[in-house]
Design a protein around this ligand. Structure first.
Ligand code: NAD
Length: 357
C-alpha cells in the first residue's frame, strides 16, 4: 500500500480545530482509495515561541523537509504582537516558506452555486467565477534589501530578478494549460522599473506557450476589474505584494474567508494551508469553518501526492455538504438548513467522501 509522510503544523488560534477536521477527512478518503497517511506533528508559530523561544525551530524545518507535504493550520495572535519582529509567528512563517523554497502560491477563488448569496456582489456578476491567482511568494518587496528604519525614515525595496520572474511565469502558464488557457499578468509597469522587467520577462516566457492567451493589467485596474467583472479572469499572475492584496480581494467573491484553500509550491515540498489566519476571536469555540483547510488537504492530495481521485472525492463532498444546507456559523444566513459545529461539518464531509465510492 502506498504511504505518505505528512508534516502537520497546527499553529495557533483555531489551527488545531481546523486541522483535526482535515485529518478526519484525509483518513476517510485514504481508507477508501487504498493509501496510508502518517502524520508528523511539528511546532511553529506562537506556540513554538512559547515552548522553545523560536517561532520556527530548526527541528521543524528539518522534519518538514523530510516529509512528502506540509499541511498547515494558521499562526499568530495578539499575545505575540509585541515581540521583536524576528520572534513573531509571522516572521517564522516567512522564513519557513523561504527555507522550503515555495516560490509559487496558488489561490483558487471559486464561487459555489449554493453560496451565491453569500457574496457581497450580485449573483449575476459572480455566478461561475473560477479564478486561480498564482502569486510569487518568496521575492519582491517582502524580502528585498536594503530594508530598514532610521529615525523618521523607513524603507523597503522591491526587487525581482529575471530568473525569479521566469519560474513563476512558467508555473502560471502550465496551470493555465490545464484550465481555460488565459493568463492575465498584473504589474505596475507604468510606474515601477521592476514591473517593466516583470512584463518583459512574462512576454518572453509566453512564447513557449502559444496556446495560452496572455494579457497584462495594471494592479490598480485589476483591483477594480475583480469587482466589476471577475469572470473575465482565468489565471492571474502576480508578484508578492500585489498577489497578497488581490487574492484576499478575490477570496471575498466567494463569501467567506473560511472556504478558501491555498497551495504554496516550489520544486520540492509544498505547503497546503487555508488563506485565513488563526482567527483568535473565535478560537476554542468549535465554530470555525474547516472547509478551507479540508480543501487545502484536497489540493495536497492533487498536487503533492498525485491522488487525483481522492482529491475529487473531497471536492465533491464539500460541494454536496454545502448543497445540502449544512453550514458553520460564518455562513449561517445563507440558505442554511442546519448550523453545525466545526467537528460536525468535518464528519459530514468525511462521510460524503466515503459514500462516493
Ligand atoms: P483572520 O483570517 O484570522 O480572521 C479574520 C476574520 O475572519 C475574523 O473575524 C475571523 O473570526 C474570521 N475567520 C477566519 N477564519 C475563519 C474560519 N475558518 N471560519 C470562520 N471565520 C473565520 O485574520 P486576522 O484577524 O487579521 O489575523 C489573526 C491572526 O492571524 C494574526 O495574528 C495574523 O497575523 C494571523 N494570520 C496568519 C496567517 C497564516 O497563518 N497564514 C494568515 C493571515 C493572518
Amino acid at each position: 500500500m502506498k504511504s505518505y509522510n505528512i508534516a502537520v503544523i497546527k499553529g495557533d488560534g483555531i489551527g488545531s480545530e481546523i486541522i483535526a477536521e482535515a485529518i478526519k477527512v484525509l483518513d476517510a478518503v485514504a481508507s477508501v482509495e487504498g493509501f496510508a497517511l502518517h502524520y508528523d506533528d511539528l511546532l511553529m508559530g506562537g506556540i513554538a515561541y512559547d515552548i522553545t523561544g523560536d517561532p520556527l525551530p530548526q527541528e521543524t524545518i528539518n522534519r518538514a523537509k523530510n516529509s512528502d507535504a506540509v499541511l498547515f493550520g494558521a499562526i499568530g495572535g495578539e499575545k505575540w504582537d509585541t515581540l521583536e519582529r524576528s520572534k513573531r509567528p509571522e516572521s517564522g512563517l516567512l522564513r519557513f516558506r523561504k527555507e522550503l523554497g515555495v516560490f509559487a502560491n496558488l489561490r483558487p477563488a471559486v464561487v459555489y452555486d449554493e453560496l451565491i448569496n453569500a457574496s457581497s456582489l450580485k449573483p449575476q456578476i459572480i455566478k461561475g467565477v473560477d479564478i486561480m491567482v498564482v502569486r510569487e511568494l518568496i521575492g519582491g518587496i517582502y524580502f528585498g534589501e536594503p530594508r530598514g528604519r532610521e529615525g523618521d525614515r523607513a524603507y523597503n525595496t522591491m526587487v525581482y530578478t529575471v530568473a525569479e520572474i521566469e519560474r513563476i511565469a512558467h508555473k502560471a502558464f502550465k496551470i493555465a494549460m490545464q484550465r481555460d488557457k488565459r493568463v492575465c499578468s498584473i504589474d505596475k509597469a507604468n510606474v515601477l522599473d521592476v514591473s517593466q522587467l516583470w512584463r518583459d520577462t512574462v512576454d518572453e516566457i509566453s512564447k513557449e506557450y502559444p496556446e495560452v492567451t496572455l494579457t497584462h493589467m495594471y494592479v490598480d485596474n485589476a483591483a477594480m476589474q475583480l469587482i466589476r467583472n471577475p469572470k473575465q479572469f482565468d489565471v492571474m499572475l502576480t508578484g508578492n505584494i500585489f498577489g497578497d492584496i488581490l487574492s484576499d480581494e478575490a477570496s471575498m467573491l466567494s463569501g467567506s474567508i473560511g472556504l478558501l484553500p491555498s497551495a504554496s509550491i516550489g520544486s520540492k515540498i509544498g505547503v497546503y494551508e487555508p488563506i485565513h489566519g488563526s482567527a483568535p476571536d473565535i478560537a476554542g469555540q468549535g465554530i470555525a469553518n474547516p472547509i478551507a483547510t479540508i480543501s487545502s488537504a484536497s489540493m495536497m492530495l492533487r498536487y503533492a501526492l498525485g491522488q487525483t481521485s481522492a482529491a475529487d472525492r473531497i471536492d465533491s463532498a464539500i460541494a454536496q455538504t454545502l448543497k445540502d444546507g449544512y453550514r458553520t456559523q460564518d455562513l449561517a444566513e445563507f440558505d442554511a438548513k442546519e448550523i453545525c459545529s466545526t467537528s460536525e461539518i468535518g464528519s459530514i464531509i468525511a462521510n460524503y467522501t466515503v459514500k462516493k465510492s
